[in-house]
Design a binder for this molecule. Structure first.
Ligand code: ADP
Length: 481
């Protein structure tokens, strides 16, 4: 089946789509639900990646005015909304998530372009009032230069939009490397940008060997910032590789989100919020709850409320609108979730919802039954590692101090959720939580208008909000006699 917006699924270097050649390696993109091949995308050789960086560097000589950047951002936001169905279809075909989630993702991604278009006034030169030391002082926000953007497969367009919209608003030129599993939505966006008449030499799109491309981006002197969303292990490697060039990094790494439920919480509301948060993208999101920490007084009642909701969820291909949960991205992802569940059950956890997972037919069709486990303990693998699958593990605690200590008992610090009816108590708990994003009586994720990012080993730097724009700016202070 031909995918919309993808007559030509290839990489784009120095403003040109790179034409195919039989000898060059290609990356096969398949539908994770059915295994159907979707495209075979050309890999960028090291030379091509360097050519992309150099084209981006040269394009910096033409710094776009703030008005021009605003036009680009608004144009992209509008085009994404106009082509929402096409974008959603590509997301669902390459990632597997339900089509309605693909639509929400397309709208969410458009929101970053729309939001950053409203933030450009912050980049005007700011004069410091009066004379300081008898001199005139002004502060400018300069484009940081060429930036490397590396994105994951779980939100093929949203994770890129956060970075690209901010980098574009800051006046940077980019080299983007999407995930090998889901490059098609990014390629579709490039077609839309080209259609809007953007100077595509500024916007390079590569794909290929991730370790090699990562190394080139870290080592090339023209690249000033690497913005990465992905695993903590790769984030650490990027820190090491970019140390010699003293590059700025913005890292959004793994999470291990706790969801704390106190006895005075509105339990049905908390259960609704948890289920909506947990099963998005089949549980493969860095902000989805990984550990449900419930006070023992309400643990049984809460588990039953959650179970009754989870039993209703339908699993199957994302293209069928009646399904709530699509496949996991691949066999490795499936095996990890299965291992977490079986290890937990062997160590005493009880499965109150969920069948025994069926072995997938191959590296596709990895449908995992939505599962609820009780009697989970903090030492189990499922509590210590990010499961990235449709499983709710319920852990009980007895005192608020114990709940907070369990929540913070992870090297990750991305998202946390708290459900309680006591506003004063909530503030005191939030102040003790070491997470960059905290939901109080909601399990809502990020929004373009507010900064989002992690503490501790979940990384540093922020996406969204004015903070997300400033990540891509260099502050230049000019003092005039
Ligand atoms: P996940 O396990 O969720 O796929 P990864 O961190 O492996 O997370 O992938 C996130 C992104 O990082 C993808 O675009 C992937 O290709 C890229 N990536 C993987 N390894 C490296 C590396 N060594 N250097 C740079 N990027 C990498």
């Amino acid at each position: 089946m031909a995918l919309p917006l993808l007559d030509n699924a290839t990489i784009s270097i120095a403003g040109c789509w790179v034409s195919s050649s039989a000898n060059e390696p290609r990356i096969a993109v398949v539908d994770p639900a059915s295994g159907e091949p979707l495209a075979r995308v050309l890999c960028a050789t090291a030379d091509l990646v360097i050519k992309g960086i150099e084209a981006a560097e040269q394009s910096l000589a033409d710094e776009p005015s703030l008005a021009e950047r605003r036009r680009w951002l608004v144009g992209i936001a509008e085009a994404m909304v106009t082509h929402r169905e096409a974008i959603a279809t590509i997301i669902t075909r390459e990632n597997g998530k339900p089509l309605r989630e693909g639509r929400v993702e397309a709208e969410y991604a458009a929101g970053f372009f729309r939001f950053f278009a409203t933030q450009l006034d912050h980049l005007e030169t700011q004069k410091r009032p009066g004379e300081l030391k008898g001199l005139h002082w002004s502060v400018r926000h300069r484009p940081a230069g060429v930036v490397g953007l590396i994105t994951p497969w779980n939100f093929p367009i949203a994770m890129l939009a956060k970075k690209l919209a901010a980098a574009m608003a800051a006046g940077c030129a980019v080299v983007v490397k999407p995930a090998e599993l889901t490059p098609l939505t990014t390629i579709a966006l490039w077609h839309l940008m080209e259609g809007l008449g953007l100077p595509m030499k500024r916007f390079n799109l590569v794909l290929g060997n991730p370790a090699e491309i990562g190394r080139i981006l870290c080592e090339h002197p023209a690249v000033r910032i690497i913005s990465f969303t992905g695993s903590t292990g790769v984030g650490r490697k990027l820190i090491e590789q970019s140390a010699a060039g003293v590059k700025r990094l913005s890292l959004e790494l793994g999470g291990n989100a706790p969801c704390i439920v106190l006895p005075d919480a509105d339990l049905p509301k908390a259960a609704d919020a948890l289920v909506a948060n947990k099963f998005r993208c089949a549980g493969q999101t860095c902000v989805c709850t990984n550990r449900v920490l419930v006070h023992r007084d309400v643990a049984d009642a809460f588990a039953e409320l959650v179970a009754e909701r989870v039993r209703k969820l339908k699993v199957g291909t994302g293209m069928d609108e009646s399904n709530d949960i699509g496949p996991l991205i691949n066999r490795a992802g499936f095996d990890k979730v299965a291992r977490h569940v079986s290890e937990a059950i062997a160590a005493g956890a009880r499965r109150i919802v969920g069948d025994e997972p069926k072995t997938p037919p191959g590296d596709y069709g990895c449908f995992f039954p939505p599962t609820v486990l009780t009697h989970v303990t903090p030492d189990m693998l499922i509590s210590r590692e990010e499961t990235f699958g449709p499983v709710i593990p319920i852990i009980t605690f007895s005192t608020i101090d114990e709940g907070i200590s369990l929540a913070n008992g992870t090297p990750a610090g991305l998202a946390a959720y708290l459900f309680t009816g006591d506003a004063k108590q909530a503030e005191a708990i939030i102040a003790r939580l070491h997470f960059g994003h905290v939901g109080l009586n909601t399990a809502a994720g990020p929004t373009p208008e507010a900064p989002f990012g992690g503490m501790k080993q979940s990384g540093f730097g922020r996406e969204g909000g004015l903070e997300g724009l400033l990540e891509f700016c260099e502050v230049q202070t000019v003092v005039r006699a």
